[in-house]
Structure formats: structure tokens, C-alpha cells
Design a protein around this ligand. Structure first.
Ligand code: COA
Length: 377
């Protein structure tokens, strides 16, 4: 690219694709899936219904939803070679690496599901159903427990919590997780979804696209932020130290995870909803410590930097109250976002155009090759 062109670092504000799936109003603090407000979906819908909405672009009828639920349940079990592969991975592996490897391996075990094309919906269902099984298998193994028997009677969120903790959640815990899954299902052209679309735009397969996306979600500036947000609370220890620790962090020009957003200029609506759920779950568990600490943190960061919370400020604390280990927070994000990734990949296949931006070259143009024996030691 010629040197008079302007570089939009981080592709900020660049519109790269046309999409029917998610609308974010960054100034108004609104998020819509296929035209439906996230607040209404979080209030009245379920994760399975939202998955259908993202894949098919409309809300399901009762029978369509029942059919989707049954298909998701039937697709939960992992093929034996994949279960064995997960059992051979080091128990101290990063669970996001486990997920990435497992999805990639599944592509070779079920190549027909992975094929690219507008009908890759089978692969989308398979990955959505299988991700909780992959996480559950790894979690049980690393704590020295046998894998759990399948529980077809449990919903997606209920099964996820059961797979991780080995016990059924309460009604409040299950619903809190269901809502968290709804809130994380899609978010327009975020980094991992973009990575998925870039991969799909080469006409590569759906599983490769999701593998790219998982690797991208892993980073602390994206999915990894919720884990770091909880680590900061642990560093503070108690409410009385939040002000001091957070102020010192900001004074060192460090980022406070769970605040700020590339698109939202007001509070992320998902953060507002999850904050209320953190209160509900905390109250029912008789433990409002993280809620109170985060309220203090919110006050300090807003006062010092004018920044608002994003969804990652609260998700980790909700999961921690549900008994989820810290390093499974981002994998739970993947369990939800896989619906958005695959919806975007299907959209990309329907309107394919190779995604290939340009770089502004800033290096030299007139060097002469020097043979290796004349380059000195
Ligand atoms: N803590 C402290 N300062 C922050 C901040 C945070 N979480 N987020 C942004 N800022 C500051 C930056 O330091 C920068 O300040 P400066 O202009 O004085 O250098 C300014 O706000 C703009 O930040 P920038 O990184 O250019 O904005 P962005 O649009 O690229 O940032 C994020 C978006 C999400 C990457 C950023 O807000 C961030 O790193 N947040 C923490 C990670 C996180 O929570 N990620 C989950 C997102 S859902």
C-alpha cells in the first residue's frame, strides 16, 4: 500500500462485512440479536432459543425448539478417540488449549460435519453440543475423577454446570448461567468472530474457523479478561483495600480488566444485566463480597478514568460463586460464543468474499543482497 494511505490501527471503526446477526449501539448502550433486545432475551429466553435465533435468523416455534434441544443433547457425547486424546493431555494444560486442540481433532474424526458451505449447520450444532463435554472431561480428569454419565434431562446450561462441578445447580445458579450464556452468544465483529470469518472466507471448514476463534478468544484483552478481573479481587483481598489497589494500578498506567470497550461508550448492557445476577446469586449464597468489591471498583475506575464496566467485570465473579474454577471462565465464554462464531461463519459462506486487507509498508525498498560470507560474524 502507498505511504500516503492512512492506517486504521486495530481496524478500529472499519466496517468489514455486512451482517444480519448482531447490532451494537455503542453510544446508546444497546445490543440486539437479530433485532431482539438483549435485555428482553436475558429476561425471557433461553440459551437454546438464542442459539436457534442466531443460526436461523428467527425465533423457533415450540416444535423447532424441542427438535433443536434434542439434537443438541444427542450430539453431546465425544467420540472415543477424542475422549482418549483429552485424557492424554497434560493435566496442567490451559483449558483453552485443550478446547482448541479438541475442536481441531474433532474435525479429523468427523470430516463431513466440518465441510464448508451454507449447510454447515450440522457442524455448528455438533460443536455447540460437544464443547461442554470437552471441558467436563478435562476438568474431571485433572481432579482425578471419572467422567460423568450423560444427563439428557439437563438443559445446555444445567449440563455445563453439572459437567464442571459434578453436581446439579440450584434454580438460581442454573438460570444465572443460562443468562450468562445468552449474553455472551454473539457480539458483532469482535476479534474472535473476525478471526473465524477470516478463516471461513478462504473457504476453509467450520471447525478450522472455530479453532482460529478459540485461539483468539484466549487472549487477556478479549475472553481472558474475566479471569484477570477475578484475580484483581483476590489481590485486593477485601473491600477495604479495593480503593488503594485499584488507584495504585491506574497510577502505574496499568489496565483494569473488565473496564472499557472498543464499541461501547456507555455501560455495556450485558454488564448491567450480569451485575444484577451477581447480586441475586450472591444473596442466595449469603455471599455478597465480590459484588460489594466490584461496586467499589466500579466507583474508583469511573472516578479516575471515566471508564464503564464491560461484561467481563462480572462474569468471572458469577462463575466463581457457581463453583467454577478460574481457568474455566474463558472456556465457558467459548461454550456460548461458539453459536455466534458459527452463525457468522454460515453468513460468511452465504456471501463469501476473501478477507484480505492491506498493510502500509514502512521498511526499506533499496537494499542489495549481501552473500552470507561477506556479512561478518
Ligand atoms: N483500564 C485502564 N485504562 C484503560 C482501560 C482499562 N480497562 N481501557 C482503556 N483504558 C485507557 C487506555 O489506557 C487509554 O488511555 P490513554 O489514552 O491515556 O493511553 C484509553 O483508555 C483508550 O484505550 P484504548 O486501548 O485505545 O481503547 P480500545 O478501544 O482499544 O480498548 C479494550 C478496548 C477493551 C482493549 C480496553 O478497554 C481494555 O484493554 N480493557 C481491558 C480488557 C477487557 O476488559 N477486555 C474485555 C473487553 S469485552
Amino acid at each position: 500500500m502507498a505511504s500516503n494511505e492512512v492506517v486504521q490501527r486495530g481496524l478500529q471503526d472499519i466496517v468489514a462485512v455486512e451482517s444480519h446477526i448482531t447490532f451494537i449501539d455503542g453510544k446508546g448502550g444497546r445490543l440486539l440479536y437479530e433485532g431482539y433486545d438483549i435485555r428482553e432475551l436475558a429476561d425471557r429466553s433461553t440459551f437454546e432459543e438464542v442459539a436457534y435465533l442466531l443460526w436461523y435468523g428467527r425465533l423457533p416455534t415450540r416444535s423447532q425448539l424441542d427438535d433443536l434441544r434434542q439434537r443438541l443433547v444427542s450430539l453431546r457425547p465425544l467420540p472415543e478417540p477424542l475422549a482418549k486424546l483429552i485424557d492424554t493431555l497434560p493435566t496442567d494444560s490451559n483449558p483453552m488449549d485443550v478446547l482448541r486442540t479438541a475442536v481441531s481433532a474433532l474435525a479429523m474424526l468427523e470430516p463431513s460435519e466440518a465441510q464448508p458451505g451454507p449447510n454447515s449447520i450440522g457442524g455448528a450444532l455438533r460443536l455447540t453440543a460437544a464443547l461442554p463435554s470437552m471441558i467436563g472431561r478435562f476438568q474431571r480428569r485433572r481432579v482425578g475423577l471419572a467422567p460423568l454419565k450423560d444427563r439428557p434431562d439437563l438443559s445446555h446450561a444445567e449440563n455445563l454446570l453439572y459437567q464442571i462441578t459434578g453436581k446439579e445447580g440450584t434454580e438460581i445458579e442454573n438460570r444465572a448461567l443460562d443468562v450468562a450464556l445468552i449474553l455472551h452468544a454473539d457480539h458483532e465483529l469482535n476479534a474472535s468472530t473476525f478471526a473465524a470469518r477470516v478463516t471461513a472466507s478462504t473457504l476453509s471448514d467450520l471447525y478450522s474457523a472455530v479453532t482460529s476463534a478459540i485461539g483468539t478468544l484466549k487472549g487477556p484483552l478479549h475472553g481472558g479478561a474475566n479471569e484477570r478481573a477475578v484475580e484483581l479481587l483476590l489481590e485486593c483481598g477485601d473491600l477495604g483495600r479495593v480503593e488503594e489497589v485499584v488507584t495504585a494500578k491506574l497510577a502505574r498506567h496499568e489496565r483494569v480488566m473488565g473496564f472499557g470497550h472498543r464499541v461501547y461508550k456507555v455501560e455495556d448492557p450485558r454488564a448491567t444485566i450480569l451485575r444484577a445476577w451477581l447480586h441475586t446469586v450472591g444473596e442466595s449464597a449469603g455471599n455478597l463480597k465480590s459484588y460489594d468489591m466490584l461496586e467499589k471498583e466500579r466507583e474508583v475506575v469511573h472516578r479516575e478514568k471515566g471508564l464503564y464496566p464491560n461484561v467481563d467485570l462480572y462474569s468471572g465473579s458469577v462463575y466463581a460463586l457457581l463453583g467454577v474454577p478460574k481457568d474455566l471462565f474463558t472456556p465457558i465464554f467459548a461454550v456460548s460464543r461458539v453459536t455466534g462464531w458459527t452463525a457468522h461463519v454460515l453468513e460468511e459462506y452465504r456471501d463469501l468474499r476473501l478477507i484480505r486487507p492491506s498493510a502500509l509498508y514502512v521498511g526499506p525498498t533499496d537494499l542489495t543482497y549481501v552473500p552470507i560470507d561477506q556479512r561478518g560474524s
